[in-house]
Design a protein around this ligand. Structure first.
Ligand SMILES: [Zn+2]
Length: 189
């Protein structure tokens, strides 16, 4: 059961540029900074690329970001448990849900509502997991910056996972997921 309810207890693996700045994709590595946080780096690198003339869609694709709202954004997990595994997170670097300003916390939930529709329409799953792991002991891969995991589930996927251990066979590559989720996001939200 532990396995069933903590599918996000896996290392958040990111592509890193040569300087090993967490979360900075190679295509966005002209950004010179480093916030020390994978999720803050991701957004800063996208914004920097845009300011310097890269089309938003190209920059977001490099970062695997499917949506940017006023206070939150949605990004694919680079190490998905299932196809369509995304995360909603605030731009604000905050570890605690309680400490997050209410308006931002509400936007996280509004976005999660939208994602339920988007993932249902895109993947037709049997169910959807949504979960926050607050703190390292709770399984957070990046404990300093809270992120809500949202992932489609299919009957039997856990059994399958158990059989093959922690080696996951992914039916869909990240670029395809990015296109599909983004298109549905634009249609539905
Ligand atoms: Zn952060």
């Amino acid at each position: 059961m532990d396995h069933l309810w903590t599918p996000w207890r896996y290392t958040y693996v990111t592509t890193a540029d040569h300087a090993k700045r967490q979360g900075v994709p190679e295509e966005l590595s002209t950004w010179p900074g480093d916030t020390g946080c994978v999720f803050c780096n991701l957004v800063a690198a996208v914004e920097y690329a845009e300011i310097h003339g890269m089309p938003s869609e190209k920059a977001e694709k490099a970062a695997l970001i499917v949506h940017r709202g006023d206070n939150t954004y949605v990004v694919l997990n680079r190490f998905p448990y299932t196809s369509g595994h995304v995360m909603v997170l605030p731009y604000e670097h905050e570890a605690s849900l309680a400490a997050l300003p209410a308006s931002i916390a509400h936007e996280v939930m509004d976005t999660a509502q939208g994602l339920e529709t988007v993932l249902s329409n895109t993947y037709h799953p049997d169910g959807i997991n949504m979960g926050l792991n607050l703190g390292k002991s709770a399984g957070a891969g990046v404990a300093g910056h809270l992120h809500l995991h949202v992932l489609p589930r299919w009957t039997g996927d856990t059994n399958f996972m158990t059989v093959i251990g922690e080696t996951r066979v992914l039916p869909e590559d990240l670029e395809t997921t990015w296109h599909r989720v983004r298109e549905n996001f634009l249609k539905n939200i």
